[in-house]
Design a protein around this ligand. Structure first.
Ligand SMILES: [Zn+2]
Length: 173
């Protein structure tokens, strides 16, 4: 079953909400990635951000959190008709979960050349050997999502070379 195509405008609005979520991840020291889930009519039915550090849970990626929440809410693990919108190309776990949950569509903003499993390293959502395929669209608000991540890692690098670190280094010399 494939639902009516959702307009680019709807994707962009959804991606803005996902970006707002991504900003919230930084508060707990989490990599800023946000996700929202749309129902068949394009309505946002779940929104969350990466909480791996906050929850000490390796599976607490934004995508996993919105898929699980929605499935619990409707009392069905099959999320047919839904569209997952995420600020960064999903990893192998989340790309796998998008197939397992049987969503219709996956939309992401920036590519993840180191871990992406939709295009960069693997193409799990459209692997014909699996029993379900997910339509993919990408590049929606790519610059904003990519910029947010670059800033985050830049700040982390700066923090790593801050006085604290200099101290440690001088002590070991
Ligand atoms: Zn993931």
């Amino acid at each position: 079953m494939v639902t009516e195509p959702i307009s680019n405008d709807t994707y962009e609005k959804a991606m803005r909400v996902a970006l707002e979520q991504a900003h919230k991840a930084a508060a707990s020291g989490d990599v800023p990635v946000g996700a929202v889930l749309l129902d068949q009519s394009g309505e946002i039915v779940a929104a969350d951000h990466n909480r791996r550090e906050e929850l000490n849970d390796p599976t607490a990626h934004a995508e996993m959190l919105v898929l699980s929440r929605r499935a619990r809410e409707i009392g069905d693990w099959r999320l047919t008709g839904h569209t997952l919108v995420v600020t960064l190309e999903p990893c192998s776990m989340c790309a796998g979960a998008s197939v397992l949950s049987r969503i219709d569509r996956l939309v992401y903003a920036a590519a993840d050349l180191k871990a992406g499993a939709v295009w960069s390293l693997y193409n799990i959502p459209q692997d014909r050997r699996l029993n379900h395929r997910v339509e993919v669209a990408f590049g929606v608000l790519e610059d904003e999502a990519g910029g947010l991540l670059r800033e985050y890692f830049e700040r982390r690098r700066q923090a790593a070379t801050a006085p604290d670190d200099a101290n440690r280094r001088s002590q070991s010399e």
